[in-house]
Design a protein around this ligand. Structure first.
Ligand code: PNS
Length: 136
């Protein structure tokens, strides 16, 4: 019997309700789902390991990524193809979050929080609290 582990990787800085939506959708499809916080080298220049190497160690068959809009597609396609080249045994699967989260990103949440704007409904309550604490 197949027991498919999917990795849902991202920088999750911070995790948003859009991420949670995708986790719920992914958990319904795959036998197991590992949410993996990884470093995006464009966002922080520090080497910490390849995603596909982590997938190999965990024996994961799938990398799950969310696509909100066409604008995400080019970057995601490039990453998926490179990951396939690095490890042909892992398939990238794209899922779309609810349309109500199609405009939501961690970067915008950070910016709004930094400028004292409302982030209720965009992130889980615990993240909202932590962001508010950070501002003080
Ligand atoms: O949430 P993000 O920032 O869009 O996630 C990007 C992430 C962390 C999944 C990607 O940068 C990544 O896989 N980083 C780990 C290093 C790696 O494997 N890089 C090669 C990608 S082809």
């Amino acid at each position: 019997m197949k027991n498919v582990l999917a990795i849902y990787p991202g920088s999750f800085d911070p995790v948003t309700n859009g991420h949670l939506d995708l986790i719920e959708r992914g958990a319904k499809i795959f036998d197991r789902l590992a949410v993996s916080i990884l470093r995006n080298l464009d966002k922080e220049p520090l080497f910490s390991g390849l995603l596909v190497e982590y997938a190999r160690l965990r024996e994961a068959r799938v990398i799950l990524r969310g696509i909100r809009a066409v604008s995400d597609y080019e970057y995601e396609l490039q990453m998926a193809m490179m990951n396939r080249k690095l490890n042909p045994h892992v398939e990238t699967v794209f899922m779309m979050p609810a349309v109500s989260y199609s405009f939501l990103s961690s970067r915008l949440v950070r910016e709004i929080a930094r400028l004292g704007g409302p982030i209720t409904g965009l992130v889980p309550a615990v993240v909202e609290e932590r962001l508010r604490d950070k501002e003080l």
